[in-house]
Design a protein around this ligand. Structure first.
Ligand code: SAM
Ligand code: SF4
Length: 408
């Protein structure tokens, strides 16, 4: 989610990162995230860093790819000058906003820049997000030819009334079409769903799950709708125009999703993510959860290398100014101390299926294990075997489990 940036230290204009980031770098995967901060219209629930044409303060979408390419090139220089060993990208992810609002050849130029600058490991996962109404077969074929392996469509729901509340622009009938085109082009397919939209019933959600499963995607993400401050949705709820589903109904939605997806052969591997077989897990997202290194290109993008985290200026106009002046677009950064890195490790690993070894927890965290088993929040057999793995109830209460594991 976008929201305000964290409060950190100012980042230097040359973008150089502290030498500590290099420690152990050669043992960590490296990924590249490219943010495309444009949408045709803003959905009422969304607070991602994205801008419609009227919000761009004179910035042209058509200039964006060249600016992103400049940042890719400067990123490689900055890593080299900071003493961080060069590594080819194991994953590349184009996210938004709506990356597919740009012509396919713009995405291809950005991908080529990553390949020419960092290199891309053979068999790398290369994904773009796409809105169902923003691509056609020719577009997807062009991406595949350039090396993309995967497309993630924002389906959200199959129910017109729910899509209307979310202010989505696409017709639900478009989803089977784009999925078929993606398959024809040779791309893996992921579908994003949202549950808990005001007015959504359990039958609506079942229909959306069945419609998504019916497309036989390789991967499905199901997110509970977050009501972000400052969004139109938050205002509608505050004014009483829309009513949010309560926590019990949200839990019912989640349980239904997990049951339906499991029946259809999709296994969970992170609280909100399911795939057909381990080979279809999102390696890019797994690298975030495993605290690997990644460089985030574009306005508002976040990066992380060896415990140093930074974030770019948010507006595309400010970004263009920095890039065209030859400066780093980083607005702020922080170097995580050991305690914070440990907290993040527990927070992120607990939410994925492979879990977290009990032996790596603090003494106080280890003392919580018996209680977590008794409360049926973690799997007893796995815990006795030395690993924390969430049960279904634990997934519903993952934040509470994390809090207990981090007790101090
Ligand atoms: C930022 S969008 C980008 C992809 C594309 N623009 C789209 O909307 O399909 C990525 C995903 O984040 C999810 N998302 C965005 N805002 C959300 C919110 N407030 N609550 C839950 N999920 C959200 C949606 O499922 C969406 O598909
Ligand atoms: S299309 Fe995607 S990124 Fe754009 S406003 Fe809607 S949810 Fe946000």
């Amino acid at each position: 989610m976008a929201g305000p940036h964290p409060v950190g230290d100012p980042a230097p204009l040359d973008g150089l990162i502290p030498a500590s980031a290099a420690l152990g770098a050669s043992t960590r995967d490296f990924g590249v995230y490219l943010h495309v901060p444009f949408c045709k219209v803003r959905c009422g629930y969304c607070d991602f860093n994205t801008y419609t044409a009227t919000e761009l303060r004179g910035v042209k979408q058509s200039d964006y790819a060249s600016q992103a390419v400049l940042e890719v090139e400067s990123a490689a220089r900055i890593l080299a000058e900071s003493g961080v060993p060069a590594r080819p990208a194991a994953t590349v992810f184009f996210g938004g906003g709506t990356p597919t609002l740009l012509p396919a050849d713009h995405l291809v130029r950005m991908l080529h820049a990553v390949r020419d600058t960092f290199g891309i490991v053979p068999g790398a996962e290369i994904t773009t997000e796409a809105n169902p109404d923003s691509v056609d077969l020719a577009y997807l074929r062009q991406l595949k030819q350039a090396g993309f392996t995967r497309v993630s469509f924002g389906m959200q729901s199959a129910v017109p009334r729910v899509l209307a509340t979310l202010e989505r622009t696409h017709d639900p009938e478009r989803v089977p079409l784009v999925v078929a085109w993606a398959r024809e082009a040779g791309l893996d397919v992921s579908l994003d769903l949202i549950y808990g939209t005001p007015g959504e019933t359990i039958e609506d959600w079942r229909a959306s799950l069945d419609a998504a499963i019916g497309q036989q995607p390789d991967h499905i993400s199901a997110y509970s709708l977050i009501v972000e401050d400052g969004t139109k949705l938050a205002r509608q709820i505050r004014r009483g125009e829309l009513v949010q589903p309560d926590e019990d109904l949200q839990a019912d939605f989640y349980e239904l999703a997990d049951a339906r997806l499991a029946e259809a052969g999709y296994g969970w591997y992170e609280v909100s993510n399911w795939s057909r077989g381990t080979e279809h897990r999102s390696r890019h997202n797994l690298s975030y959860w495993r605290s690997a290194d990644w460089w985030g290109i574009g306005p508002g993008a976040h990066s992380h290398v060896g415990g140093v985290r930074w974030w770019n200026v948010k507006h595309p106009a400010a970004y263009a100014d920095r890039i065209l002046a030859g400066h780093s677009p980083a607005a702020g950064r922080e170097t995580l101390d050991e305690a914070t890195r440990e907290t993040e490790r527990v927070l992120l690993l607990t939410r994925i299926r492979e879990g977290i070894p009990v032996a790596t927890l603090s003494a106080l965290g280890r003392r919580e294990v018996a209680g977590l088993i008794a409360d049926e929040l973690i799997d007893a057999r796995a815990a006795i075997g030395g690993n924390i793995e969430l049960t279904l109830t634990g997934r519903l209460l993952a934040d509470a489990v994390v809090r207990r594991l981090l007790t101090d």
